[in-house]
Design a protein around this ligand. Structure first.
Ligand code: ZN
Length: 223
């Protein structure tokens, strides 16, 4: 891992596996870390409580921001309780768990928030590898938005995506290397049904998380 940076970073923090791993990654990389959790009309507000608890345990500054207007802009099954959640990736499209514009809004708000606090490094747990083809998780989008944010505010933000090219198994490996495997396993909330740790076991997020965990543990035990 690279030399510790003497600067401040803001982590876009949901309290899930990915962003918690990123939070501890940032703690190794930066002198001072803050975490910002977005309320966007999630069905399970326990996510926000889990995020606050994890951030406090990590000893980082934590804050939350209400951006729930994004749930009203477009329909998706993460915020609309009348919608049945897609269990599989539909052919030629994204699943209805896709919240249109979510990372666009999150990162834009995060950048303004960071600027106000003299922070130029922004960390997000998005990645191309295991996601369901969400366009705003792709590297090209993140790089493009980074340029736009810099132009919009005449700043030199750097958006870090430590998980961009790694899968869930490698994300577990990273958490283990950072010494936070148990925290990530037990305290984070990834499950679409709002159950922390290993979750409900059958929603798409739980399945992805478990498959990654099993793959990582298998390589760890036999590697
Ligand atoms: Zn679940």
């Amino acid at each position: 891992m690279r030399e510790i940076n003497k600067e401040k970073a803001l982590v876009v923090f949901s309290g899930g596996q990915d962003s918690t791993t990123c939070l501890y990654w940032a703690k190794q990389m930066f002198k001072e870390v803050s975490a910002l959790t977005f309320i966007y009309g999630q069905k399970h507000i326990q996510e926000v409580d889990a995020a606050e608890r994890i951030a406090r345990q990590a000893g980082v500054h934590w804050d939350k921001m209400d951006v729930s207007f994004i749930a009203h802009l477009g329909r998706n099954s993460l915020t609309d309780s009348t919608m049945e959640m897609d269990q599989m990736q539909p052919v030629g499209g994204v699943p209805n768990t896709f919240v249109p514009g979510r990372n666009l809004f999150f990162l834009s708000v995060a950048a303004v928030y960071a600027r106000e606090r003299g922070i130029s490094h922004i960390v997000t747990g998005v990645g191309e590898t295991d996601f369901s083809g969400y366009p705003d998780c792709r590297d090209a989008f993140i790089k493009s938005l980074n340029v736009s944010l810099n132009l919009a505010m005449d700043e030199q933000f750097v958006i870090h995506t430590p998980l961009m090219w790694i899968d869930k198994a490698e994300t577990w490996a990273m958490a283990d290397r950072l010494g936070v495997f148990d925290i990530v396993r037990n305290e984070t909330l990834t499950c679409y049904n709002g159950i922390k740790g290993d979750g409900c076991g059958h929603c798409p997020a739980c399945r992805l998380r478990r498959e990654g965990l099993e793959k990582y543990l298998a390589t760890k035990n036999h590697g």
